[in-house]
Design a protein around this ligand. Structure first.
Ligand code: 0O2
Length: 228
């Protein structure tokens, strides 16, 4: 007999994020907002899982390899607001920042990235506010990724709020590159950072070529499968 297993799906909300008291005056409000951003992440994550399940069952494909999520730390939020000359407050965060809630989608192939992005953008409850295609237009340092800022309605107990979420979609190889490059960013003091930057740029190009070759091979295999 089938039975329902007790399972509470909750988001981390019990504690006020560490360091928040240094930057934010109304801690209760800050905590509530973090809970709301966490819920927005859950909504987006579920949508992505639905797309992956659908593709998996109907087309025997898993475009998403894995998903990572993060909430910006109080310190990063405060620093970003300060850098832009904006007031550091809960209201200012909600008004001005697009990336407090972040979802990173890691795909195996480049064309999966665009497919996932399109499928999300087509959903009637998602509003796409901004797209930055660093795959078509890589950054000077070699960074590649597809960024979307979206707004999604989240239904709370007493109201519905449109919450902004930053979605970064990239291949496994692009993610591997970005993680290493991110480390270098925080180690500017090492005197060979310029050389490493150059090396990383070369790696980014190699990765791009490999990503494209892998995609061509996969498409070739798919065509062969369809013919048979
Ligand atoms: P964290 O800790 O990763 O969140 P905006 O957010 O649009 O107001 P920005 O910075 O112009 O401002 O946005 P952009 O270019 O879309 O970049 C946002 C995020 O993309 C960054 O977040 C990084 O996660 C990632 N990113 C962008 N450029 C690079 C890069 O050159 N190298 C790496 N490794 N990651 C990059 P944060 O806020 O910088 O940090």
């Amino acid at each position: 007999m089938n039975s329902f297993e007790p399972k509470v799906v909750s988001v981390p909300h019990g504690l006020i994020p560490q360091g928040a008291e240094k930057y934010f005056e109304h801690l209760q409000v800050f905590q509530e907002m973090m809970m709301r951003y966490n819920c927005a992440i859950l909504e987006v994550q579920t949508k992505l899982q639905v797309l992956n399940n659908d593709m998996s069952v109907r087309y025997s494909r898993n475009p998403i390899a894995f998903i990572k999520t993060r909430i910006k730390s109080p310190q990063s939020i405060a620093e970003k607001l300060q850098r832009r000359g904006l007031e550091i407050s809960e209201h200012s965060m909600l008004e001005n920042l697009n990336d407090v809630a972040g979802v990173r989608v890691i795909c195996s192939f480049i064309d999966d990235i665009y497919e996932i992005a399109e499928m999300l953008a087509r959903q009637s409850d998602i509003k796409v506010l901004q797209i930055k295609d660093y795959i078509k237009n890589p950054k000077d340092n070699g960074y590649r990724s597809y960024h979307m800022i979206i707004e999604i309605p989240v239904f709370f107990s007493d109201k519905t709020m449109d919450m902004r979420v930053e979605i970064q979609i990239r291949t496994i190889a692009m993610d591997f590159w970005a993680s290493l490059e991110h480390e270098l960013k925080y180690k500017k003091d090492i005197d060979w950072s310029k050389e490493i930057g150059e090396e990383l740029k070369i790696c980014a190009e190699t990765i791009n070529q490999t990503d494209r070759k892998m995609m061509a091979i996969r498409n070739h295999i798919d065509e062969h499968k369809n013919e048979n």
